[in-house]
Design a protein around this ligand. Structure first.
Ligand code: HEM
Ligand code: HEM
Length: 128
């Protein structure tokens, strides 16, 4: 996919806008319960996705592979779903921990798989 590099960076911007808004909200209320959500929206969502976008830009051969699109979808969907569930788990661990925790862990496992997939794509395609 031609513009996958741009898509990664733009998706990262969406995550950082949500993450920063949450940071401002935590700061305004002086309630840091959702700190872990803020940190991972910004790091797993924005920093990591921007880095992947820049890697795609530097080694264009990676995005010629059909697996690159699968990787984009796997990373974006798994991070978005995990962060959505983490919101509930951190807001009320006693109620939502047992209910959503296992699904959140499965989704984070999918994020881990997406990183492994990207390592494979980089290793096999980024040779020059
Ligand atoms: C409008 C922008 C932002 C605001 C208002 C903000 C606010 C905050 C607040 C209030 C905390 C909690 C501090 C505490 O628990 O004592 C925090 C933690 C954190 N923020 Fe932000 N933040 C912003 C942007 C960012 C960005 C852009 C990133 C990363 C790229 C980031 C990464 C982190 C991390 C990693 C932590 C956790 C630190 C720790 O627990 O040791 N923040 N932020
Ligand atoms: C599957 C991926 C990941 C999982 C399951 C995960 C899980 C965790 C957990 C359980 C904590 C402790 C939270 C707490 O003490 O409240 C944590 C903290 C932290 N993680 Fe991650 N993490 C992941 C990926 C990352 C990545 C990719 C980065 C950076 C690029 C990162 C940066 C941090 C930072 C800065 C903290 C300390 C901030 C805080 O305590 O809220 N994590 N992570």
């Amino acid at each position: 996919m031609q513009n996958l590099d741009r898509l990664f960076v733009l998706t990262g911007f969406i995550f950082v806008l949500v993450g920063m808004a949450l940071g401002l909200m935590m700061s305004g209320r002086q309630d840091f319960t959702l700190g872990g959500l803020h940190a991972h929206l910004n790091l797993l969502g924005f920093v990591f996705m921007t880095l992947i976008g820049l890697i795609h830009h530097a080694w264009p051969k990676i995005r010629e592979s059909g697996l690159a699109k699968v990787h984009y979808l796997l990373h974006t969907i798994s991070v978005a779903v995990s962060m959505f569930l983490l919101y509930f788990v951190l807001s009320d661990p006693a109620v939502y921990g047992p209910k959503f925790g296992p699904f959140m862990d499965a989704s984070l496992g999918a994020t881990y798989l997406s990183v492994l997939l990207f390592v494979y794509l980089f290793w096999s395609k980024a040779k020059d």
